[in-house]
Design a protein around this ligand. Structure first.
Ligand code: AMP
Ligand code: MG
Length: 310
C-alpha cells in the first residue's frame, strides 16, 4: 500500500530531507517547499518543482539564532536585535553568507536570507535536522501561496515527497524581509512583522536601491485566475460593480479587520477560482501595520493581464 502524502510524521520528513527529498513545511506565514540547503541536488529540485527562476534566492530556515549566526560571515548588530526580539516569527534577515552556504540557494549572491519560523512542527523538525532548510512557498511560481497542507497537494501533487500537516497558517502572508548588510537596515518586503514593530528595535533606512536589492520581487505575483481589481472604498467598489453578473462577481472588504483578512487572504483568492468567480473586487486596508503587506501582495495579484488596480 502506498504511504499517505499528507501527515504529521516528523521522523519521516527528516529522513526524506536527509536523503535529498522535498517536504511541504507548515510555518506561521505560508507552507514552504523545504529541502536541505546544503545539498545542491535537493535545492535544484525546489526550483524545478516550482518552475522558479534560479536567480531568485531562497530563504533558509533554521531552528535558532545560534544556527543563523553559523550561516553568515558577519552577524550584524541589527540582525542580533531583530532576531532576538522577533524569532521565532515571520521575519527574515539578509546577511553576508558564510563561505559554505551554496550560491545555488542565494541566487548567486554573497548574501543569504535567514529565518526562524514560529510554528511548533517546523521548529521540531529544524531542531532535529540541525542545519538549514531552504524553503520558498510551496506553490507554482507566480501563483497563489498555500496556507494549508491540502493547498500544497493541490498545487504540487506528488512532486513533493511528503507534506507535514500543521493546520492552517496563522499569519497567512510571507515573512517581512529586512536587509541587515548595510549600516542602516532596510525593509525589502513588508510582511507579518510590521514596519512599526521593527522600528521599536532598530532605526530603518529608505531602500534607495528598491527592487534591485531584492532579486525575485516582481510586479506580478500571487495571482489567481480571476481578474482582481482594487479599491480604496467599499462604496466605490459597489458602484463600479453594478453592471456585473452577480454570479461571477465577489466583493471583499479587507479594511474591516486586516489581521483576520491576512490569515485567510490566499485561501479566499483560491476559493474565488474554485467558485468560478471572474471578477474579484477588494477594498484595501490602510497602509499601516499588516495593511502594508496586504496591499503589497494584492497589488501584485492585481497586476496580471486580466487585472487592474484603482
Ligand atoms: P520567497 O519568494 O517568499 O521565497 O522569498 C524569497 C525572497 O526573499 C526573494 O525573492 C528575495 O526577494 C528575498 N531574498 C532572499 N534571499 C535574498 C538575498 N540573499 N538577498 C536579497 N534578497 C533576498
Ligand atoms: Mg512565494
Amino acid at each position: 500500500m502506498s504511504q499517505q502524502v499528507i501527515g504529521n510524521d516528523v521522523d519521516r520528513a527528516l529522513e526524506i530531507l536527509r536523503n535529498g527529498g522535498l517536504v511541504g513545511l507548515p510555518t506561521e506565514t505560508v507552507y514552504g517547499l523545504a529541502a536541505d540547503a546544503s545539498q545542491k541536488k535537493a535545492v535544484a529540485k525546489i526550483f524545478a518543482t516550482k518552475g522558479r527562476p534560479n536567480s531568485h534566492p531562497l530563504i533558509v530556515h533554521v531552528a535558532s539564532i545560534e544556527v543563523a549566526r553559523q550561516l553568515c560571515s558577519l552577524w550584524p548588530h541589527s540582525a542580533e536585535l531583530l532576531g532576538s526580539t522577533y524569532w521565532p516569527g515571520p521575519l527574515s534577515v539578509v546577511v553576508n553568507k558564510a563561505p559554505d552556504v551554496l550560491v545555488e540557494v542565494t541566487g548567486g549572491h554573497q548574501t543569504v536570507a535567514l529565518r526562524v519560523p514560529g510554528h511548533v512542527m517546523a521548529i521540531e523538525l529544524l531542531t532535529h535536522f540541525n542545519g538549514g532548510l531552504a524553503a520558498p512557498s510551496a506553490n507554482k511560481f507566480g501563483k497563489v501561496s498555500p496556507t494549508t497542507a491540502q493547498h500544497v497537494l493541490d498545487d504540487l501533487g506528488t512532486s513533493v515527497d511528503y507534506i507535514l500537516d500543521g493546520g492552517p497558517c496563522a499569519v497567512g502572508l510571507e515573512s517581512t524581509i529586512v536587509d541587515c548588510c548595510g549600516d542602516i537596515p532596510v525593509v525589502l518586503r513588508p510582511g507579518g512583522i510590521t514596519t512599526e514593530d521593527i522600528q521599536k528595535v532598530v532605526a530603518l533606512g529608505v531602500d534607495e536601491l528598491g527592487i534591485s536589492r531584492a532579486p525575485g520581487m516582481l510586479p506580478a505575483h500571487y495571482a489567481p485566475q480571476c481578474q482582481v481589481t482594487l479599491f480604496q472604498e467599499l462604496a466605490e467598489a459597489m458602484r463600479a460593480s453594478e453592471t456585473f453578473d452577480a454570479a461571477t462577481l465577489r466583493v471583499i472588504d479587507a479594511s474591516i479587520n486586516p489581521l483576520v483578512f491576512a490569515s485567510s487572504m490566499y485561501a479566499q483568492l483560491r476559493q474565488c477560482d474554485i467558485d468560478g468567480i471572474k471578477h474579484l473586487r477588494v477594498v484595501l486596508p490602510d497602509a499601516i501595520g499588516i495593511g502594508l503587506a496586504i496591499r503589497d501582495r494584492l497589488t501584485k495579484a492585481a497586476h496580471g493581464p486580466k487585472s487592474q488596480s484603482r
